[in-house]
Ligand binder design. Sequence first.
Ligand SMILES: [Ca+2]
Length: 175
Amino acid sequence: MTQIQLSPSLLHLYIGLCLITSRSRRRVKYFKMRNIDVCLSSEGTEVILATSSDEKHPPENIIDGNPETFWTTTGMFPQEFIICFHKHVRIERLLIQSYFVRTLRIEKSTSEEPDDFEQWIERDLVHTEGQLQNEEIMARDGHATYLRFIIVSAFDHFASVHSVSAEGIAVSNLS
Ligand SMILES: [Ca+2]
């Protein structure tokens, strides 16, 4: 008699536990797949080439996560820099913070070496007097190991890039 009365409540308890377990598993998976800024130097990303280098404003400032530090161009346009992720990433959204950039072209590569770049994105930015240009780009086919940013033209003799962030996930390491 006691056993028959207990069974349904035990069953409910069991179902309840299953729901809690599967829900928490799903949450763990979600956190693992969460987008991060794959451009950050703290994630192991590097700027491996820049056509200008001012000692006070080195290219590392592009990926230090601080919008107040920047890389500045010196001389004629075009100017470019190449970002190396040291792994395969999939980018979903780019945010570029800059001053005086007019036309920006972004190429990407999925090679292990910085070659075989293909045209990816080209934008004409708007000049914003007295404040940073905040260019947000939703990326399609964002698989990359390297990104090449080419500042084709600018609104002034110099342009500066304060931050490049790329929301995405690390897909795999380079073999
Ligand atoms: Ca910076």
